[in-house]
Design a protein around this ligand. Sequence first.
Ligand code: F6P
Length: 548
Amino acid sequence: MTQQLTETTQWQALAKHREAFGETHLRELFATDPGRAERLRLTVGDLAVDFSKHLVTDETLALLLDLAKARGVEPLRDAMFAGEKINVTENRAVLHVALRAPRGEQIEVDGEDVVPGVHEVLDRMSAFADRVRSGEWTGATGRRIRNVVNIGIGGSDLGPAMAYEALRAYSDRSLTFRFVSNVDGADLYEATHDLDAAETLFIISSKTFTTVETITNATSAKAWLLGQLGGDEAAVAKHFVAVSTNDAEVAEFGIDTANMFGFWDWVGGRYSYDSAIGLSLMIAIGPEAFGEMLAGFHTVDRHFRTTPLEHNVPALLGLLGVWYGSFFDAQTHAVLPYSHYLSKFSAYLQQLDMESNGKSVQRDGEPVAWQTGPIVWGTPGTNGQHAYYQLIHQGTKIIPADFIGFAEPVVPAADPRGAHHDMLTANFLAQTEALAFGKTREQVEAEGTAAPIVPHRVFKGNHPTTTILAEKLTPSVLGQLVALYEHKVFTQGAVWNINSFDQWGVELGKVLAKKIEPELVPDGTPAPSAHDSSTNALVATYRELRGR
Ligand code: F6P
């Protein structure tokens, strides 16, 4: 059995260090160390990352790095890149990094190089995307495709939906893209009711092709399409394609497997949008820009794989999360992008981080006795400033936050007077300054504030943030950002000794939902009594209300 994390000498050294660190303030750390900002700043790819506004000293970082070494972050990382089956509960390799490996690189699973297969699928996707974009691929009535609707959920939705939003400025604006995930019929209805089926392509994205929400939505989409196009099943082949690992289920659903784009069991759902799951995105931005995005991912993969831990940006981000989660009792982590295009980025990261590291047993099944993954949340600045930042500044909780910003707007036309982007950036920079340094009682008093109001206007400061700054949000930069978080999550999972690549915790609810679904029909039979009394009563109330 692996040594318990909290019993390692490295952990105990951190605990001692935390005690000595006490309430040390960032004001003091900056005042006594003129080189701090310069020293605690790293670059990866196009991302300049400022770690200096963290509650750390050089000693803290050294101790965290000792911990990472002792916990085997590097050997586990190497095992991942080597295609070893590090997803121990599913006996699978974890190779999303192969999805962006350049042609010619070799990564083997069970003795087989998987990179040629990755490029074969990318080539098929590219050819298909080009045909849709050029109008060569037409619907059943010969009209060109104008609307693309991706139907999927979880990793088969959040990635493409987030990335489409992030890169919509690079997309073909003559095409409409929609993403349907929720089994609430309202989602599909709102996505399709104003579309012409003759011009609509559905991409059914599901790794397993058994996810009930997706299959239900896909079945309804098929009915909607056939309803508009006269009921001839032959139309399906021109309007439905599938992205999946499961040929048999795709064929069973009625999609020609010639129109299926595959991927592999070594790609986790939440790590999959750079696989064929990104087909809708590729149609939107074109194969070339998609390739630039993959190259961006690969830049950070290479950095993570080859850079010593002390300069390894995702590893350091992961270690800082460990520091706050266990030694400062931080429960949440905010991701606050200062880009409207990144409006879905934090929601995307919720699955990436929380489905990966929301675990409470170790790789060998023993319970953990330490904190694991945080609650991840956030929305784009500056909107959050006018809503929940109050709590980050003056509440009782510590909320480490990542601020992500860009030097240039993506669309210059979005800022014709030049008045928006600098204002956005000024806010971006002001917030981390205010969070770190706050405003003292003396400063508030010196402003002539009335005595009873003074305590209300004091900002304690000392709130830790990472600032990530890039020149511009491009496909490559988006790939770099996502890979950065993927490897951060990996590092934390390694330190905590949990399996970041399964998700058994989602199963129980699925099983119970299957059982409850038929019970909801008010068919005159007695309401069920086999659940707990709360669930029994809720089912009975639903049946009564629905039956009226
Ligand atoms: O239920 C969770 C989950 O398995 C996610 O991990 C996954 O991204 C999502 O469901 C969708 O799964 P699929 O792509 O197989 O439909």
